[in-house]
Design a protein around this ligand. Structure first.
Ligand code: AMP
Length: 116
């Protein structure tokens, strides 16, 4: 059996984290090394390693993550300007192989730029 991911350990309360929200599909935590004044991670309970590992069975889950991201942005008062990022694969900067969305806000993002 594959080893539990860091985020599964957080979901199971085996590792502490600053949890902002959770429901039957996902959990939202503060990033431990924030790259912006607001930097939270939205993580499905299902440990899909990378976005490219998701299948058609995950369609509803992926959709609900997008909607939850919008809800959380509203709750945090950042819904006018935020950036959602998914790093897919080590070459793209992924370090935790359990799918997650970065939700960042509160800083000036370069116009049209993709950098943090
Ligand atoms: P990525 O590089 O896209 O895989 O993102 C992984 C993110 O997880 C990084 O932004 C890390 O700062 C964050 N991270 C790592 N460990 C923890 C932790 N224990 N609690 C919260 N965030 C974490």
């Amino acid at each position: 059996m594959a080893e539990e991911t860091l985020f599964t350990k957080i979901i199971k309360r085996e590792i502490p984290a600053d949890i902002l929200y959770e429901d039957e599909d996902c959990i939202c935590i503060k990033d431990i090394a924030p790259q912006a004044p607001t930097h939270v991670l939205l993580i499905p309970r299902k440990p899909i390693p990378r976005l490219c590992d998701a299948s058609a069975d995950d369609q509803a889950l992926l959709g609900s993550l997008m909607l939850r991201a919008g809800d959380i942005a509203r709750q945090l008062g950042i819904d006018e300007a935020y950036r959602l990022i998914i790093n897919n694969g080590a070459g793209a900067g992924q370090t935790v192989f359990h799918l997650h969305l970065h939700l960042l806000a509160g800083k000036e993002f370069s116009e049209g730029g993709m950098g943090f």
